[in-house]
Design a protein around this ligand. Structure first.
Ligand SMILES: [Zn+2]
Length: 283
């Protein structure tokens, strides 16, 4: 299968899903002829022959799924009924449940308060909006969320503080905002899921004001735990994690879209940690 090809694969506990064969999300190279670096059928992880970026070659077509799932309104209430009536859609929702998880928010709040200028802050993949709910009043919360029901929850929450949430893919959602609109963007446990990470970061660079920051948390593929744990390493999630950043490849992507790396010290990228943090800045 060549780059751009769409096929259907059967996923254990999920059912049939549509997947697209990807070029390198960093440089666009076609690596379909290269041997896999890791694989767990039907998934293969490739390292790019041109730039070294590590990625899942076939990724689920999430956006398309969610665009067609108008019935997702009230999904929580009707979950059981749907499981019966619409098994594939229900399973697709389960597959992407990672977006609903509550992550500890203290660290990103602290970083926003410490490094961001007062103004508009956008959470990419904002779920129900709770992650920005505790920011102090000098920040106006915005978000992008692809699932309609929880996007509406975030929108209600953010509007009480002067912001709003957009129900769209990250790329389409960011295009609705003017140049330099945000003083900060938060991308926590997000970029490893995004099939177009470079395009999204380009839009973030455009919508950040000069001096605006992006706070990024992703799994660290260079963690010493990865070779020890093999495919059991916590950063491997098939097929949810579609990008596998190293400190070098994260820096390359950020600088490649014209952002500066403002903070990425030893403690942000410790090889003994499964995750890493970066603060990028618009010049
Ligand atoms: Zn590449």
């Amino acid at each position: 299968m060549g780059v751009g090809a769409i096929e259907q694969v059967e996923l254990e506990d999920v059912g049939p899903i549509r997947v697209e064969t990807r070029a390198c999300p960093q440089c666009g190279a076609d690596n379909t002829a290269r041997a896999a670096r890791h694989s767990r059928a039907p998934w293969t992880i490739k390292d790019c022959g041109d730039c070294g970026f590590v990625y899942l070659e076939k990724a689920p077509v999430y956006d398309e799924l969610f665009r067609t799932l108008a019935w997702q309104k009230n999904w929580k209430r009707e979950e059981k009924r749907r499981k019966k009536a619409r098994p594939l859609s229900y399973r697709a929702s389960k597959l992407t449940r990672f977006r609903l998880h509550m992550f500890p928010r203290k660290q990103v709040d602290d970083l926003t308060i410490r490094f961001a200028r007062p103004g508009n802050v956008i959470d990419i993949g904002c779920a129900g909006g709770k992650r920005l709910a505790t920011l102090p009043d000098q920040f106006v919360p915005f978000g992008i969320e692809i699932e309609e029901e929880i996007a509406a929850q975030a929108d209600t929450l953010f509007r009480t503080k002067g912001g709003r949430a957009v129900n769209a893919s990250s790329l389409d959602g960011l295009k609705q905002f003017d140049d330099g609109f945000f003083s900060a963007a938060t991308l926590r446990s997000y970029l490893e899921h995004e099939v177009q990470p470079r395009e999204v970061m380009t839009e973030i660079a455009r919508t950040l004001a000069p001096g605006g920051i992006a706070i990024i948390k992703v799994p660290n593929y260079s963690s010493v735990m990865r070779p020890i744990m093999g495919l059991e390493w916590s950063g491997f999630r098939f097929p949810d994690h579609v990008n596998y950043f190293t400190p070098a490849s994260l820096r390359q992507m950020i600088e490649g879209v014209g952002l500066n790396v403002r903070r990425f010290n030893f403690f942000d990228q410790m090889p003994t940690s499964d995750n890493m943090w970066m603060i990028a800045e618009r010049r």
